[in-house]
Design a protein around this ligand. Structure first.
Ligand code: BGC
Length: 755
């Protein structure tokens, strides 16, 4: 710290200690909170519950009556507790200075930002990270994101999104960990640990936010913000576990959801926010609304107007209002009219202030405002190599017929085709507010870094035309095929064709539901045209959700799932294509054959007619025009080597010590070193509430050299063997269980046991 800064800091902290909480060091946070709250007016407490977006960036629709001048005035009057979408030390410092120096009590702001998959250095999108199944690497990714964001003045991220979803039409699946609550819970825990570390007051960690509580991932028809109607078993066994995992990891904030759950908007749900989260789970952090979700309760048909919406939200337990402007406008009069108990305002303000204390903002409101740190940390070399590591681990090999991959490193003529191959922004994914445009390594650049082959490029066709912005609709090229000729000519002359096809990053994410999940625009046509002249194609997919690619799955010999992999995308893909990294990713979400199968997920329940009794009869659960099975199942992913599994052995000592162990031997049966993610699935064959056909209940990653064998032992306890019944009671029921251990959710390597 420079001397000038130190003097400045000392005078500020003197001001804060003296105005907010005297004798800070001796007092507990609770005492300091009491002292502070006793000095605050009702309006100042409500001010803490008011959050505005920055005056220059938005991540949602701007409110109709949202004058910047008025917001600045409110900030100066201590009527704003938090800002979002502000970044950079200079900007944060400016606003913090107003809060600390110009308001009556000098309470610092908390600065929120969507640090979802990296900050400036971008990691793979969360769905891709989940495909790595590597909890340590995922935790590290969140830690690095926090490191960069905190160096840019931010102290709170709106992540992790832990919404389980089974419907690839919903664009936000890119932001979650996929369809499975067990994997989702492990990842949710890792992400919170990564962001928050062990010490929230350290200048390098930031508060995390579990979102969107709850059910947002189950919108009807996969349509954004749509109605959610799910029963108790799904809510408690599928949706809730990852949220509970964030509580166990010590998450400090929650965000509610835009959607309604079983007839009540999540934002107005007392059951979700007060009964379950704050009372049953003892959550003592705070809940922020989603962007404008308090006022949206009017359109939902739940609140009769703005004033009523504010009343419903606070009574239900929403502590902070993001961008509805309703708490600041309505709450004081609601209290005066006796419609809102002032104790609820006290409780909400206290929760928010508590997190500010825990972050250390009262001790030093500028602790995240260090220009020297900002300059040295953001985009550092070590972060670049860590995002590269995770990007490689996130890639999933879906098909490798004839072993086209890995590519030979020299002597080949390689054609690269597709607009996404040279795109340096789309690989950054959907949430990359702080990243520089064009800052990703493109696939083409990554491939060219290996100099032994001749690499030539033809775009073939544009994927998009016009702007590709976070807030706006995208225009897809559905007509212009004028570049096909060049691509076909090039393909004819080449030994191998790498086709980079899929979705632009702005085709997935919030507000980006799709009704068709094939390759957008003219890409399918381009693929087939190139295939007609050269069948030796490696299809490298970029996408933020599972796609339907039945033709490619049948015809193209080699398919690599490359998601949106972040800053190091091209390098990661090239290393996998050339075999410097042996692909190890496994799908965290089922890939359907067609949209009509959705929602499609591996942990489905059997019907009473799961298969035909007599061949040829229609009376069973099926489509007359599509298979029941997916294109690629949950947990699926190939390697350049192969693995074999022994039959699992069960050691059932449940009656003695409440545990069952399952052991299996895994052998690398191929010719290269490789990593396998060994997955254990359980089926409780009959139960008082029907259980899924299979549920993931354990996984472990092993790296094996050719011929090497390793034994893995899984332990199943009450936690893995039980479930919530319809009365929300946790039960482990006696009876027969099936265990499957193998390479993906369709493994047939099975053994049974009885409890
Ligand atoms: C999203 C949230 C996000 C918030 C702030 C909303 O539109 O649903 O997930 O954190 O905006 O950007």
């Amino acid at each position: 710290m420079t001397i000038a800064k130190r003097i400045f800091f000392t005078s500020i902290s003197f001001f804060v200690f003296n105005s907010c909480a005297s004798d800070s060091n001796e007092q507990s946070v609770d005492d300091r909170l009491d002292t502070l709250l006793s000095k605050m007016t009702l309006e100042e407490k409500i001010g803490q519950m008011n959050q505005y977006s920055s005056f220059w960036d938005v991540t949602g629709p701007a409110p109709k009556e949202g004058s910047t001048a008025k917001q600045f005035e409110q900030l100066k009057n201590g009527l704003v507790g938090s800002m979002l979408n502000v970044n950079g030390v200079e900007n944060v410092r400016k606003l913090q200075q107003i809060a600390v120096e110009e308001t009556r009590l000098g309470i610092p702001l908390i600065f929120g930002f969507d640090v979802i998959h990296g900050f400036k250095t971008i990691s793979p999108i969360p769905l891709a990270e989940a495909a790595s199944w590597d909890l340590e690497a995922i935790e590290l990714s969140a830690k690095n994101a926090a490191l960069e964001a905190s160096a840019a003045g931010i102290n709170w991220t709106f992540a992790p999104m832990v919404d389980i979803s089974r419907d690839a039409r919903w664009g936000r699946v890119m932001e979650g960990a996929g369809e499975d609550p067990y994997l989702g819970s492990k990842i949710a825990h890792a992400r919170v640990k990564g962001f928050q570390g062990d010490d929230l007051s350290a200048p390098t960690t930031i508060a995390a936010c579990a979102k969107h509580f709850a059910g947002y991932g189950f919108p009807e028809a996969g349509k954004e913000y749509n109605t959610v109607d799910i029963g108790a078993p799904t809510l408690h066994n599928m949706v809730m576990p990852p949220f509970k995992a964030t509580i166990d990891a010590g998450v400090r904030t929650f965000m509610n959801s835009f959607s309604q759950l079983n007839g009540v908007p999540a934002t107005g749900s007392k059951y979700l926010q007060r009964t379950l989260l704050k009372e049953k789970w003892n959550f003592d952090g705070f809940i922020v609304s989603d962007w404008g979700s308090i006022s949206e309760m009017v359109a939902h048909g739940y609140a009769k107007g703005d004033n009523h919406a504010a009343e419903l939200a606070i009574n239900a337990g929403s502590d902070m209002d993001m961008e509805s402007h309703l708490y600041v406008n309505e709450l004081a009069s609601l209290v005066k009219e006796g419609k809102v108990d002032p104790a609820l305002i006290n409780d909400a303000a206290r929760r928010i202030l508590k997190v500010k204390f825990e972050l250390g903002l009262f001790d030093d409101p500028y602790k995240y405002c260090d220009e020297a740190r900002e300059a040295s940390v953001i985009g550092s070399q070590s972060n670049l190599s860590e995002v590269l590591d995770l990007a490689k681990k996130s890639i999933v090999l879906l098909k490798n017929e004839n072993n086209v991959l890995p590519l030979a490193k020299k002597g080949q003529k390689i054609a690269v085709i597709g607009a996404l191959a040279s795109d340096k922004t789309s690989p950054l994914g959907n949430w990359r507010l702080a990243a520089d445009i064009n800052s990703a390594v493109s696939l083409l650049e990554g491939l060219k870094a290996y100099s032994g082959n001749t690499i030539t490029y033809a775009k073939g066709a544009d994927l998009t035309t016009g702007k590709t912005e976070f807030v706006s609709d995208l225009t897809i090229n559905t007509t212009d095929t004028s570049g096909f000729k060049e691509a076909i000519t090039l393909a004819k002359k080449s030994d191998v064709v790498i086709m980079a096809l899929g979705e632009h990053a702005m085709q997935s994410g919030e507000g980006r539901s799709r009704a068709y999940l094939g390759l957008p625009g003219v890409q399918q046509e381009l693929l087939e045209a190139v295939f007609a002249v050269n069948k030796n194609i490696v299809l490298v997919l970029s996408n933020g959700r599972p796609l339907t690619i039945p033709w490619a799955a049948q015809n193209i010999p080699t398919i690599l799932e490359g998601w949106h992999l972040g800053t190091q995308s091209g390098n990661a893909l090239a290393q996998v294509l050339y075999g410097d990294y042996n692909p190890s990713g496994k799908l965290p979400m089922t890939f359907p054959r067609s949209v009509g199968q959705l929602p499609l997920y591996y942990n489905y329940k059997n019907t009473g007619r799961p298969s035909p009794v007599n061949p040829g009869e229609v009376f069973w659960t099926h489509y007359i025009d599509q298979k029941n099975t997916p294109q690629y199942p949950f947990g699926f992913g190939l390697s350049y080597t192969t693995f074999g599994f022994s039959k699992p052995i069960v050691n059932n000592t449940y009656n003695q010590n409440k545990q069952v162990t399952v052991s299996v031997k895994v052998t690398n049966t191929g010719k290269r070193e490789g990593k396998e993610t060994v997955q254990l699935y359980l089926r409780d064959i009959y139960a008082s509430v029907i259980r899924p056909m299979r549920e993931l209940k354990g996984f472990e990653q092993v790296v094996l050299t050719p011929g090497q064998t390793k034994e893995i032992i899984f332990t199943l306890t009450e936690q893995e063997l039980g479930f919530f019944n319809n009365q929300q009671k946790w039960l482990v029921e006696k009876g027969d269980f099936e265990v499957y251990v193998g390479e993906d959710s369709q493994t047939i390597n099975q053994v049974n046991f009885k409890l």
